[in-house]
Design a protein around this ligand. Structure first.
Ligand SMILES: NC(=O)C1=CN([C@@H]2O[C@H](COP(=O)(O)OP(=O)(O)OC[C@H]3O[C@@H](n4cnc5c(N)ncnc54)[C@H](O)[C@@H]3O)[C@@H](O)[C@H]2O)[C@@H](O)CC1
Ligand SMILES: Nc1ncnc2c1ncn2[C@@H]1O[C@H](COP(=O)(O)OP(=O)(O)O)[C@@H](O)[C@H]1O
Ligand SMILES: [Mg+2]
Length: 292
């Protein structure tokens, strides 16, 4: 049976930006500056106290000018404008100061990125979301999938999940829930298998998300989910609950965007504006549940 929706993260009246979590998002490359920008704003709109984006230095001016409310940490680029191996030093310095992290949106692919992703997956102690090209890097080194030291949330779409398990999208779509549960249990991770009816599971407890619509099949909506889940992790939600509540909030923001702009007319950045209304609805539902 699908699990009930978790409660919202607490927001104490004397809280401050330290209380609400420091979140690091690693990604971006030349030509894919939008992905990490979307993740950054969605993490802020989801309640994180402080959001930092670690990104290749050449795209910093583009990303920084999209939104003044996040911080940007420049890391050395490779010749193609992706995060280089030298960036590892900067990341290792930043991570201990953070409450949660995410890696992947717009990251691109390279041998050196595979090494960075493996290093973080295996050694970072904080809760961490792996999305997009970070999942492709893990798919290239499946032998490390069970070798992690902290909570890991993987957010593949069916194409990325096919690479992760070495299967076909058609097979995955026929057996979404059982494959997701099996993968999460085997590797002791939380798996968020995206697409209509997103499945969120730790291998024992599973929730099939009921919000969202086909208007969300537009570039960048997944990057927004990454920022949302990282933000909820930073607010100290338990990893499974952060992923389940995050998927719900994301889908609801998508439903509100479809109401305003239509499924055909909506674009990913519209969700950044509807997240606050999604929170408003969820807050009212949460209060009703608590007083019932
Ligand atoms: N503005 C930006 O900078 C953007 C950058 N992006 C980045 O682009 C890179 C490549 O990611 P992509 O996901 O586009 O490419 P992929 O090649 O990983 O995946 C796309 C393919 O996956 C399959 N797929 C996805 N969702 C599916 C579903 N629900 N059901 C069945 N099949 C499905 C389809 O075959 C689709 O063509 C990543 O680094 C990503 O972060 C994207 O996030 C889009 C926006
Ligand atoms: N038909 C659909 N119904 C509900 N949600 C959808 C649908 N199509 C896509 N989505 C959602 O949109 C997001 C797309 O993520 P992803 O494929 O990673 O996009 P991108 O990489 O372009 O940001 C996922 O959260 C997915 O669940
Ligand atoms: Mg994606």
């Amino acid at each position: 049976m699908s699990q009930p929706l978790p409660s919202l993260p607490t927001r104490p009246s004397d809280g401050h930006k330290g209380t609400f979590g420091r979140v690091l998002i690693i990604g971006g490359s030349t030509g894919m500056s939008g992905a990490i920008s979307l993740s950054g704003v969605s993490a802020l709109r989801s309640g994180a106290g402080l959001v930092s984006l670690a990104l290749p230095e050449p795209i910093l001016p583009i990303v920084a000018s999209y939104e003044p409310s996040y911080l940007c940490i420049p890391v050395p680029p490779d010749l193609n404008g992706r995060v280089s191996l030298e960036a590892q030093v900067v990341l290792d310095e930043s991570i201990p100061k953070m409450d949660a992290a995410a890696i992947g949106p717009g990251l691109g692919r390279s041998e050196n990125l595979n090494r960075i992703v493996a290093h973080l997956y295996q050694n970072a102690k904080l809760p961490m979301v792996f999305d997009a090209d970070a999942l492709n890097a893990l798919a290239d080194q499946k032998e490390i999938l069970s070798q992690h030291t902290g909570p890991r949330i993987l957010t593949p779409h069916p194409g990325e999940f096919a690479r992760l398990i070495g299967s076909e999208i058609s097979h995955i779509q026929k057996h979404r829930e059982s494959l997701a549960v099996e993968f999460a249990a085997r590797h002791e991770v939380i798996l968020v298998l995206k697409g209509a009816g997103t499945i969120v599971t730790d291998g024992k407890r599973t929730r099939v998300n009921e919000t969202g619509n086909a208007g969300m099949g537009t570039g960048g909506t997944g990057d927004i989910l990454t920022g949302i889940i990282a933000s909820l992790l930073g607010q100290k939600m338990l990893p499974l609950e952060a992923a389940q509540l995050g998927a719900y909030l994301h889908g609801l923001a998508g439903d509100l965007a479809a109401e305003e702009f239509t499924q055909r007319g909506m674009i990913a950045s519209d969700l950044l504006k509807t997240i606050p209304d999604a929170w408003r609805i969820m807050q009212a539902e949460d209060t009703a549940n608590l007083t019932r």
